[in-house]
Structures are given as C-alpha cells and as structure tokens.
Design a binder for this molecule. Structure first.
Ligand code: MUC
Ligand code: MG
Length: 379
C-alpha cells in the first residue's frame, strides 16, 4: 500500500440561524457557529470534520474562533506531510498539542471520513462495526416559555418525530423551573419521557432540594445539575437515588470518566465526541462507563450534519444506549448544510451506509453562510 499523507487542512467558520431562540442557563442561542474542516490527502481524497460548541465561550473553554485558530496555526503544521491514517495522525497530534479537544475531534472526524472513503467502508466499520442502524433521538424544549414548549412537544409527538424531551433549566429560581417542568410533564403524561439539563447552574444545596421535586414531577434524568468541577457533590446527589443523575460538562475524555466512575459520581454518562477529544476517545469513555455499570447517553454540542453523523457512527457501535441520544442538531438550524439531509424517521436517526461519514456538505450553503464571505455591494 502506498503511503498516503496529509496535503492540506482548511477551516471555514459558518454562522447559521436557529429556528427559534434556544435558551440554556449559560446562553441564549439565536444562531449556531460551526467550524468546517476540509482535510486534503495525497491520494486526492477529501475528509470533512466539524468543530462546534455552544454560546461562544459561555459553555466551555474552546470557542469557534479558537478551534479555527488552533487548527490553522498549530494542528496543520504538525500534520501536513504526515501519515493520513487516523491513529498515527492523532498520536502525532496528541504528542504536540495538549487539551483542545474540540479541535482534535474535528480533525479525527476528517481523518476517519477520508480513511473510510479510501477503504470503501463507513466510519462505524473503522470503529469496530455498527450494532445499530438507527438511533433514538430526543428533542430539547428550550424556548424559555412553558406554553410554547408544550405546543412544540405536542407537535413533535403528533408528527411522530420525537418521543422524549429534554428541558433546559437553571436560569430562573429553581422553584419556577421545577413548576415549568412539572407543568410540561403533566401535559405530556406517559406519552413522553422528560429529562432536564441544568448546565451546572445550581449549588449542591439547591440541587438537594430540587432533585426530589423533579422526581415527584416524573422527570427521568437530571443532567449536570452542579458545576463540572464538583465530583464529590455529584457523588452525593447520585447517592440520594431519587432520580438518575447524568454527567456532561464534567466529562473530558476517558481520564475524567475514570475518576467520576471511581467516585460513583454519576448514574449516566453523556458521551460527546467533541468533549471527549475525538471519536476514539469517546469510545474509550463509553468503555469505562460500561465497565463501571454506568448507563450511556449519546450527547451533542448542537452540531450540524457533519458532527452529528460523526457522533452517530460512534454511538452505533455502542452496545446499549439506555437513555438514547440527542442528535437533533441539524433540525435546530434554518439552513440545510448537507447535499442530502440526514434521515430522521419515527423518533430515530438512520445511519447512512455510504463510505466514510456517508454525507457530503452542500457547497452553496457553505458559500452563503461562511463568515468571511465577500460582502455584496449595492450600487
Ligand atoms: C448540553 O449541555 O447538553 C445538548 C442539547 C441541547 O439542547 O443543548 C446541548 C448541550
Ligand atoms: Mg448538557
């Protein structure tokens, strides 16, 4: 086999409006910013990757602009001219660059897309082979308005699009948030599972009061109620046992997963390829959860089509995803970024069968949404 090397890496920032404001405890999103990576190899194959976070720097330590800069300034010089096989390129990257998990994930996605296209197999097959051809997908209700959220959930149920909902809370006093959640759960009854994501907004004292109230309201899962650094607090909340507790922002790959597992600090792990530092790291993290008896959930950073399907390839290889996934990112955007949209059917995302990621970006959408597009002048 001739040695294939990496010839060039390009990054493009896109700003894509959302279909409605998406209200989290840390930010209100009116648009999503996506960094597209194009990785060109010496055999002419192009791999695509995506670096996406939420709310600029309000969610985590990497912003879209820092992801682009990291790749342009530090990743590309390390990788250009080197072996394009994913494991070897990623090992090289880890030797030269610490942290920067979102940037590393975007690169590993592009490397695996290229390698899959080269070998004629889907990315899931490079990761050991898929166990699921479709994945259950929930929808996040985050308009910030109780009646609007109920109407949105009813519409999703009527269209058979989603059967589980995640509510973003933590912005208002907790009693108001619990009342908001209880009203929605009462309206939906047994027709839908309701979960909440606090995005680290509560103190442990508030969480101790709120968790039993949420359990009484019929909530199935409480995600990252307290700050990501407070694993001992997470362990105490998990031990209360009234409702399942999920770690999200506390997870930064296998090492953090190992320490949470050792400390019994979560019932469920939200597996996110970007936060984990790539697709292989996400698989290792899932392995730690499985070994520790921690349930799995397929998380999202509200990525567009590339990041969403990259996540789906990983999740399709995991045994049991007890809490399903939230791979709905593309459905929150007003613009279609793929030549052929992802297939969502009856509450599930269908995995593509073509080689690599099995998707192609839509060139016109990229041209129209890129932040550095030439400004049109009117005469
Ligand atoms: C998060 O914190 O989980 C996932 C779904 C959503 O609405 O926001 C994200 C981020
Ligand atoms: Mg979360």
């Amino acid at each position: 086999m001739t040695r294939v090397t990496i010839n060039a890496i390009e990054t493009i920032i896109l700003d894509v409006p959302t279909i409605r404001p998406h209200v989290l405890s840390v930010a209100t999103m009116q648009s999503q910013t996506i960094v597209i990576v194009r990785l060109l190899c010496s055999d002419g194959i192009v791999g695509f990757g995506e670096g996406t976070t939420i709310g600029g720097l309000s969610y985590g330590a990497e912003s879209p602009e820092s992801i682009k800069l990291t790749i342009d300034r530090y990743v590309a010089p390390v990788l250009i001219g080197s072996d394009a096989r994913p494991a070897s390129a990623m090992a090289m990257l880890r030797r030269h660059i610490v942290a920067n998990h979102f940037a590393k994930n975007a690169i590993e996605t592009a490397l695996l897309d290229a390698q899959g296209k080269r070998l004629g197999v889907p990315v899931s097959e490079l990761l050991g082979g898929r166990l699921h051809d479709r994945l259950p997908v929930l929808w996040t209700l985050a308009s910030g308005d109780t009646d609007r959220d109920i109407a949105e959930a009813e519409d999703m149920l009527a269209r058979d699009r989603h059967h589980a909902f995640k509510l973003k809370i933590g912005k208002r006093p907790f009693e108001q948030d619990v009342a908001h959640v209880a009203t929605i759960k009462r309206a939906l009854g047994d027709r839908a599972s309701v979960r909440v994501d606090v995005n680290q907004a509560w103190s442990e004292a508030t969480a101790k009061r709120a968790l039993p109230m949420l359990a009484d309201a019929g909530v199935d899962l409480v995600e990252q109620p307290i700050p990501a650094t407070q694993n001992l607090g997470m362990a105490r909340l998990t031990q209360m046992g009234c409702v399942a507790v999920m770690a999200d922002e506390a997870l930064h790959g296998p090492e953090s997963g190992y320490s949470l597992a050792c400390g019994h600090a979560a019932d469920v792990f939200a597996i996110k390829i970007a936060q984990a530092g790539g697709l292989s790291a996400a698989k290792k993290l899932a392995g730690i959860a499985e070994a520790a008896g921690i349930a799995l959930y397929g998380g999202t950073m509200l990525e567009g089509g590339i990041g969403t399907i990259a996540s789906a390839h990983v999740f399709s290889t995991l045994g049991a995803l007890e809490y399903g996934t939230e791979l709905f990112g593309p459905l929150l955007l007003t613009e279609e970024l793929l030549a052929e949209p992802l297939r969502y059917e009856a509450g599930s995302l269908v995995l593509p069968t073509a080689s690599g990621l099995g998707i192609e970006p839509r060139a016109e959408a990229i041209a129209a949404l890129r932040r550095d597009r030439p400004l049109r002048t009117t005469v």
